[in-house]
Design a protein around this ligand. Structure first.
Ligand code: SER
Length: 594
């Protein structure tokens, strides 16, 4: 089966079971400062898991692009990736454990769908602890309704069978996982063993019953949800019997290109195979991040730094493989864009930008790599690389810590990673504000603050249209707990009067303490009512329209997923700090709420 067929089959199955198919959201989260990337299919759905109404209804399914860097050290084995696609289905307060498990089982084992051998499957359920009890219900469904033997229903702790929240707070709960025996057919064990890597985890059904608060407590959610995730790469390898995700069509062409560049063969030698997997994974991930419509370029901050690490690490493994070509990483990006363009057309749209950024980053890194390696050779006389020395390699030569650690390992040296982290923190405190991930008031305050800024963004757009004219459209926004950045199409600089007028209008709307209300409408109804926003049906037919002010004499009416404050009065005082050019024909406003 090809990846394309499998993706379609999954979505088809859930469509047939009454789910609305929603498109993949951006890899770069909108309005969520708690994580750098979209890490799971549930991530863009967080407001809906918390109770907001989704325009697609209460049953949803998607194939979502995801980035996870937590397991980066494991990349190189057959089943780990930093970029992967997650097939997922959700129940927003609709079905719960029984139907979720039945749906997963039917898709996996029914001959009409994947037709996997039931004997090769095992499951695990949450064993319970002081936060939440043993998941008896899930256990009994597996045992009595599905008919899985007791020995193949493992009871595991939170480390294994609990999911979420995606950030530090938010929806979470116990999960049940499904495993596939990838070993020989006549060696299927009678019971499930967590330590045997031939039992491959393929699907995770999360039962979201709790909201983890900033105080660390677990409060029952008003609405009980199901959130499932099935890694496309893994299940594709499983049903084709490859035992290696990198042999699937999601990697085949990328690996071939690396083989040709390095003149070495995949699968012949452990080190070569590992290096090829790392290169394939990292450059695919970097291509997807840079090639997103909200793409991020390599840099030393936040998401950009992840991109930089991925590219530089790939280049280093390329050296290990003996790739000689100048500027070769773009060749991999071209294969990625080619292979994925039908499913993710943004890669085709943005490929030139990706090629440019890769070429530039590669040239930059090459220059410093030679110098850095020379410097590195001088270090470690005492068997150890100090935090200071590591930080110098990082800052002067652009070596990410992992590269320093890997180089050190090759020379049997250790790196004082804790001291490095201290140096880094000291440096970052000096060079940037708290906005890149840490918030003064704790996370609960942070998410409250971002919701306020989200509503302020609607007020600002409405104000700009009143001051500059109805042709003004929003080009983008970026919100942290500390500020709002808002891009809009406008040919020239705003005058001081225009800025002042816009500010006054927003503050006027705040003073009037206007109600903010959301209603679900079809696109046509939304259009008729004069709502602004993106009219290509991102979520199918139904959309949510947020109105600020009276239903007819409103201040703002926009199509938007929310969330928003209930009354504008709590926003405080709105202040434009800066108005500047963002790109040709696009202006950028930075504003704060005081
Ligand atoms: N959120 C869960 C996971 O990522 C299920 O989708 O595994």
């Amino acid at each position: 089966m090809t990846s394309k067929e499998l993706r379609q089959k999954y979505l088809e199955f859930f469509k047939a079971k009454g789910h609305t198919i929603i498109p993949s959201a951006s890899l770069i989260p909108e309005n969520d400062p708690t994580v750098l990337f979209t890490t799971a299919g549930m991530h863009p759905l967080a407001p809906y898991l918390m109770g907001e109404k989704h325009p697609g209804g209460r049953r949803l399914a998607s194939a979502q692009k995801c980035i996870r860097t937590g397991d980066i050290d494991e990349v190189g084995n057959p089943t780990h990736h930093t970029f992967f696609e997650m097939l997922g289905n959700w129940s927003l307060g609709d079905y719960f454990k029984k139907e979720a498990i039945e749906l997963s089982w039917e898709f996996l084992t029914s001959p009409a769908w994947l037709g996997l051998d039931k004997n090769r499957l095992a499951v695990s359920v949450f064993k319970g602890d002081s936060d939440a009890p043993f998941d008896q219900e899930a256990h009994d469904i597996w045992k009595n309704i599905i008919g899985v033997p007791e020995e193949k229903i493992a009871r595991l702790p939170k480390k294994n069978n609990w999911w979420g929240p995606a950030g530090l707070t938010g929806p979470c709960g116990p999960d049940t996982e499904m495993f596939y025996w990838a070993g020989e057919a006549d060696k299927i064990p009678a019971s499930f063993n967590d330590d045997n890597p031939l039992w491959i985890e393929i699907w995770n059904d999360v039962f979201m019953q709790y909201n983890k608060t900033a105080a660390g407590t677990y409060e029952p959610l008003k609405q009980k949800n199901v959130d499932t995730g099935l890694g496309l790469e893994r299940i594709l390898a499983v049903i084709n019997g490859y035992g290696d995700d990198y042999k699937t069509d999601l990697f085949k062409n990328i690996i071939s290109r690396i083989e040709r560049l390095s003149n070495k063969a995949y699968g012949t030698d452990q080190e070569i195979t590992k290096a090829m997997r790392i290169i394939a994974d990292h450059l695919k991930a970097a291509t997807f991040i840079m090639g997103d419509d909200r793409g991020v370029a390599p840099s030393n901050l936040g998401q950009g730094y992840v991109v930089r690490r991925l590219i530089r690490r790939a280049i280093r493994y390329g050296r290990q493989l003996g790739i000689k070509e100048e500027s070769w990483t773009k060749e991999i990006a071209k294969v990625v864009a080619h292979d994925y363009q039908e499913v993710y057309p943004e890669l085709r749209r943005n490929i030139n930008k990706v090629i440019e950024q890769l070429t530039e980053e590669e040239a930059k890194f090459k220059k410093t790599l030679e110098l850095g390696l020379k410097e590195f050779e001088k270090l470690g006389v005492e068997g150890k690389i100090s935090g200071n020395q590591a930080f110098n390699l990082y800052q002067t030569y652009g070596f990410p810590l992992e590269i320093i650690e890997e180089l050190a390992k090759e020379k049997s040296l250790t790196v004082d990673a804790a001291a490095f982290a201290k140096e880094l923190e000291k440096h970052q405190k000096l060079s940037r504000t708290a906005s890149a991930g840490m918030f003064k008031g704790g996370l609960a305050d942070a998410s409250e603050a971002t919701v306020k800024y989200h509503t302020a963004a609607h007020l600002l757009l409405a104000a700009l249209r009143k001051v500059l004219g109805d042709q003004v459209i929003q080009k983008g926004s970026n919100i942290t707990a500390e500020r709002l950045r808002f891009d809009f199409a406008h040919p020239g600089k705003m005058s001081d009067e225009e800025k002042q007028k816009a500010e006054e209008l927003v503050n006027g709307a705040i003073k009037q303490d206007l109600p903010v209300t959301g209603e679900e409408l079809t696109l046509n109804q939304a259009r008729t009512k004069g709502a602004h926003g993106i009219f290509d049906a991102k979520y199918g037919e139904k959309v949510t329209v947020y109105t600020i002010g009276d239903e007819t004499l409103y201040f703002s009416k926009e199509i938007c997923g929310g969330p928003h404050v209930e009354h504008t009065g709590i926003l405080g005082h709105f202040k434009i700090q800066k108005e500047e050019s963002s790109s040709a024909g696009v202006r950028r406003i930075k504003a704060i709420l005081e």
